[in-house]
Design a protein around this ligand. Structure first.
Ligand SMILES: [Zn+2]
Length: 366
């Protein structure tokens, strides 16, 4: 992830100026630098746990030792390891008497902070979209290193202000890791149709934590779409939002675009066997077995998931598609550990890398 430059906001400036004029100095604050940092009743790991604090939170400094900082923790004194916290807002030289007042950051300050973060685009050829969907108009193509300002953020999209105006980019870019595959790729100009399974009222499998397969499938599809586009492939999604489309038109889309490969993305569930885990790759036509083997091996290599095999399956999307087609079952949502893994951006990245590795191997011969 590229560095994020904090820009001093107008409101922060006002706050600062007003503090100057009030000439009240305030206590040092402790800024927490990691999530789930334990708070103890004394300066040592042998002391009782009284809670935890999270990255970016500020607390008034009460006391300090070489290794520990005491903070005002909801009115109590709590101790955190100095390794994961820093003292900020050094007190003025003319230290006043009214020091021990905790600084309660108003919530609006937090929002103002986010909304003015500058962000360096970590990738090249990034589409700035008019709306928070991959179906919407491309307003501009952003280049790597270009700095934009974050205006607003939700789970999937970030609204940014770029040179060419305001638009949307995918939120996972905030956690972007280096390119998937170095060097040459044979995916340039290949047409890939990705079908995120289910959608809308058809939620697919329901996970052990009551989440839906349709959402996991869409997330994976978008991640894969992006990585493939980075490598020069042309990608179409059968759905990019939470709508249900019938199965036949999904496969027809692959035929319409004369896709080099059609991939239907799914997650599995076997609630009566909560330990079931791993990957299946399905194909229907004999001609697609090589593609199935290549993608399956790529997935296993990158994810280290349990190998449940390459199988033939008579799925409708595979039947209707005239293009080389697979249906991927990328893990078990009924397995607690595997669902948790599937939720992590790192594992999603491994899945994308695995599929891409498989496709590259396949295209060496097709
Ligand atoms: Zn499914």
């Amino acid at each position: 992830m590229k560095k994020i430059i904090r820009v001093i906001t107008y409101t922060t400036l006002l706050l600062f100026v007003s503090l100057l004029f009030q000439s009240t100095s305030y206590a040092n604050t402790v800024q927490i630098e990691t999530d789930d940092l334990l708070v103890r009743s004394g300066p040592g790991t042998e002391y009782e746990l009284i809670g935890h604090v999270n990255q970016g939170e500020d607390y008034a400094l009460v006391e300090q030792t070489d290794d520990w900082l005491a903070i005002d923790f909801n009115g109590e004194t709590g101790w955190v390891s100095r390794q994961y916290a820093t003292i900020t807002d050094q007190a003025d030289d003319n230290h006043s008497t009214e020091t021990e007042t905790p600084i309660n950051q108003p919530e609006t300050d937090e929002q103002a902070d986010l909304s003015t973060q500058a962000f360096d685009i970590p990738v090249d050829h990034l589409h700035l979209r008019a709306q928070a969907t991959t179906q919407s108009e491309i307003l501009a193509v952003l280049t790597e290193g270009e700095t934009v300002t974050i205006v607003e953020q939700d789970q999937d999209w970030i609204k940014v202000l770029a040179q060419d105006g305001e638009g949307f980019i995918p939120a996972w870019l905030l956690n972007y890791q280096e390119p998937v595959i170095e060097g040459q790729t044979n995916l340039k100009n290949k047409v890939i149709v990705i079908d995120p399974g289910h959608g809308g009222a058809d939620v697919g499998a329901i996970s052990i934590t009551d989440r839906y397969e349709k959402d996991y499938a869409l997330n994976t599809a978008k991640h894969l779409e992006y990585q493939l586009e980075m490598l020069g492939a042309t990608v179409y999604l059968t759905r990019s939002d939470d709508y249900y489309y019938a199965l036949t038109p999904r496969a027809v889309l692959a035929n319409y675009h004369a896709a080099d490969v059609f991939l239907s993305i799914h997650y599995n569930s076997e609630p009566q066997y909560p330990s079931a885990n791993g990957l299946n790759t399905y194909y229907r036509k004999d001609a697609d077995q090589g593609l199935a083997d290549a993608v399956h091996l790529g997935l296993l290599e990158k994810t280290n998931a349990n190998d449940r095999g390459v199988l033939s399956g008579d799925y409708r999307v595979l039947r209707v598609s005239k293009q080389p087609s697979l249906l991927l079952e990328l893990g078990f949502l009924s397995n607690q550990a595997e669902e948790k893994l599937i939720q992590t951006p790192a594992y999603q990245d491994e899945i994308s890398r695995g599929i891409i590795l498989g496709l590259e191997n396949y295209f060496k011969y097709h």
